[in-house]
Design a protein around this ligand. Structure first.
Ligand code: CUK
Ligand code: CUA
Length: 645
């Protein structure tokens, strides 16, 4: 569906100026107040390319250059920001319940939230009177790739709290699949296959659990297993799993489709904190995709909960995995955009360990030892957590305890490690506020890293904002990295808790403005309408189910400023499903449907259909209304349901 479907001209076209100015800014690199980054000379006339552009100001009417996809942490959602303005553009409900859109209330969202759960979980929830979980804990949003570049199809995100992952469609910015990972406990690390395209979503199970987890033991560490999962990104089914030693933390994939790395803590395989941190070294696990795929294809697997599982634990000495020793409790795991290295961040050690992907061929062939794959180990500060890149050979590591972003040079770090003590890879240490977790730079998770902006996602804001009580916002700081020096340019308060974010150039993302009325999202509704002998968007009718006379379906459509049905009648005890189709096809003309006093609320976008089901148990006149401001007569967009005794 075209962007301007049904109306030809957008308000933006009519106003004109916004687009024109943006184009001039983009073509000529005229900075002025237009944030174009990239080391251009700013209006203030700072001399030379070495000066950072330092301008994150995007004036009213102007568009940002980048999309930011932000995890919402234990809010369970994903947020879309514009960069460099750091304006929050949209919230995408994923694992949470969301009042504005009715996510978790509508039949369509309930289906998405429940169909991918394991049979055990469905059974458990049913006993609690629930169809799905009401919360989630998102950490790592990642956009799908084709040949190492963002392809704008999907964003994937993990849910640590309930061992799930979800897929967001970037064309409509809505969640379309949710999958619970069996044989695992708490999915934390999530990264995507980069080459040849995102076929797999790689998921780390953070907690080790006894397998089978049948209640027969708690204290025998030998029964506990860590699990690495590969999910097919298209079908959203688990393709295979690998049993591993240790607690998997973060992971990342290479740019050749051969290997995945995962940091691991608790190589001791203890079950108490003291046991988990006893040894001075832990390891990173490297997975050999081709070897695993071959074993799965040959059927050399155990099938557990319907998933093919191979044994990649240390003692199994398989060709599926190698364990490279690193300092105690490593955390972040970040592949460089040049496709050559992966950086394993120390956390409890002041260093990061750099492994060269190309050496893994020899390691798996038995020609070299694990430690020979390490090519650098620079010391950066206390608590290095995550590293990102500018595409010019520099790395930026978040250092939690020191509250700094440390810029260092990869080539110099390698030189230093090879014995040249005269080089210092560290270029700059910039204070951030405070206790930074993830950091990520523009396009840095792809081969098109462009080194313009970096965000430091700080866990504590303390004194940086007006006091809002004991619970403070986080502080997402924007840093200009286009010049030789990092420059802090913006503080961005955010609600709990963006662990991680990616920054994607706007050219990679192309959402529609209006739904395709035949989108697969509405397939069930079309099918039901057909059975009922009606057509979505045309029918205004109450249909009583032929088999189950308690079930009533109410079809109506909305067109500003009215519902096609201004009243309908049902009987007390009926199970009522209201199906609304928004037949308006104008950009930004969303309607809603809210039934007073019934826990019923849903968003209905232009050309979309949505449905919601409730029990009509409250006798009398019940009003429904459109809760999405849509017209001068929006307040009057309402109707009445009569529930007969
Ligand atoms: S994690 Cu939270 S700061 Cu879940 Cu990637 Cu490192
Ligand atoms: Cu329709 Cu408000």
């Amino acid at each position: 569906m075209s962007e301007k479907h049904g109306q030809g001209v957008t308000r933006r076209d009519l106003l004109g100026t916004g687009i024109k100015v943006a184009t001039i800014g983009g073509l000529a690199g005229v900075a002025g107040r237009v944030a174009v980054g990239g080391g251009v000379v700013t209006a203030a006339g700072l001399p030379g390319a070495a000066q950072a552009s330092g301008n994150a100001d995007v004036p009213p009417g102007q568009l940002d250059e980048y999309y930011g996809f932000w995890s919402g942490g234990h809010s369970g959602e994903v947020r879309v920001l514009g960069l460099p303005s750091m304006r929050e553009l949209m919230r995408i409900p994923v694992f949470n319940r969301e009042s504005a859109s009715g996510w978790g209330l509508t039949n369509e969202s309930k289906k998405i939230l429940s169909e991918g759960l394991t049979p055990e979980t469905k059974e458990y929830l049913k006993k609690q009177g629930m169809v799905t979980f009401d919360h989630g804990d998102t950490h790592h949003p990642r956009m799908s790739y084709t040949d190492g570049a963002y392809d704008g199809r999907y964003v994937f995100i993990n849910d640590k709290a309930n061992t799930r992952i979800a897929r967001i469609r970037c064309d409509i910015m809505k969640t379309d699949k949710v999958l619970e990972i069996p044989n695992a406990h708490a999915i934390h690390g999530l990264r995507l296959q980069r080459f040849p395209k995102t076929g797999y979503v790689f998921c780390n199970s953070e907690m080790r659990i006894p397998l089978p987890n049948d209640g027969t033991n708690m204290n025998d560490p030998k029964k506990y297993v860590g699990m690495f999962s590969a999910v097919d990104a298209d079908t959203m089914k688990v393709a295979w799993q690998v049993m591993v030693s240790g607690n998997l933390d973060n992971n990342d994939s290479d740019y050749h489709g051969k290997y995945v790395a995962a940091t691991c803590y608790n190589s001791e395989e203890g079950v108490t904190t003291a046991e988990m941190t006893g040894s001075p070294t832990d390891h990173a696990v490297f997975f050999n995709i081709k070897e695993i795929e071959a074993a799965v294809k040959a059927g050399k697997v155990k099938t557990i909960s319907g998933v093919p599982v191979v044994d990649g634990r240390k003692e199994a000495k398989s060709q599926f995995t190698r364990y490279i020793p690193v300092a105690n409790s490593p955390h972040g795991c970040n592949a460089t955009p040049d496709g050559k290295y992966v950086v394993l961040n120390g956390k409890l050690s002041p260093t990061v360990t750099v492994v060269e992907w190309a050496k893994l061929d020899d390691l798996f062939a038995g020609k070299i030892a694990e430690k020979d794959c390490i090519v650098a180990n620079p010391e950066l500060g206390l608590g290095p957590l995550h590293t990102t890149f500018d595409g010019r050979g520099n790395c930026y590591t978040s250092v939690f305890l020191d509250s700094q972003i440390v810029k260092w040079n990869m080539a110099d770090a390698i030189k230093q490690y090879s014995g040249d003590k005269s080089v210092n890879p560290v270029r700059q240490k910039l204070d951030v506020h405070y206790q930074v977790g993830h950091t990520n730079a523009s396009m840095a998770e792809s081969k098109e890293a462009d080194g313009k902006w970096l965000v430091a996602l700080c866990k504590f804001s303390k004194d940086r904002f007006l006091n809002v009580g004991p619970l403070k916002p986080e502080n997402d700081q924007l840093i200009d990295i286009s010049g030789d020096e990092m420059k802090l340019v913006h503080d961005g308060p955010t609600f709990a808790e963006p662990h991680d974010a990616i920054i994607v150039h706007k050219s990679k993302v192309n959402p529609v403005e209006i739904y395709n009325p035949n989108d697969p999202l509405f397939a069930d509704l079309h099918a039901q309408a057909k059975k009922d002998g009606v057509e979505l968007g045309k029918a205004s009718v109450v249909i009583r189910d032929k088999k189950d006379s308690k079930k009533v379906r109410v079809y109506m459509f909305s067109q500003a400023p009215a519902f096609s049905m201004t009243d309908f009648t049902v009987k007390k005890g009926d199970e009522v499903t209201v199906i609304v189709t928004n037949i308006d096809d104008i950009v930004d003309l969303t309607h809603g449907f809210t039934m007073v006093g019934h826990n019923v609320c849903m968003e209905v976008g232009p050309q979309a259909s949505a449905s919601i089901t409730f029990k009509a148990d409250r006798v009398g006149v019940q009003y429904y209304y459109c809760q999405w401001f849509c017209h001068a007569l929006h307040m009057e967009m309402q109707g009445r349901m009569l529930v007969e005794a």
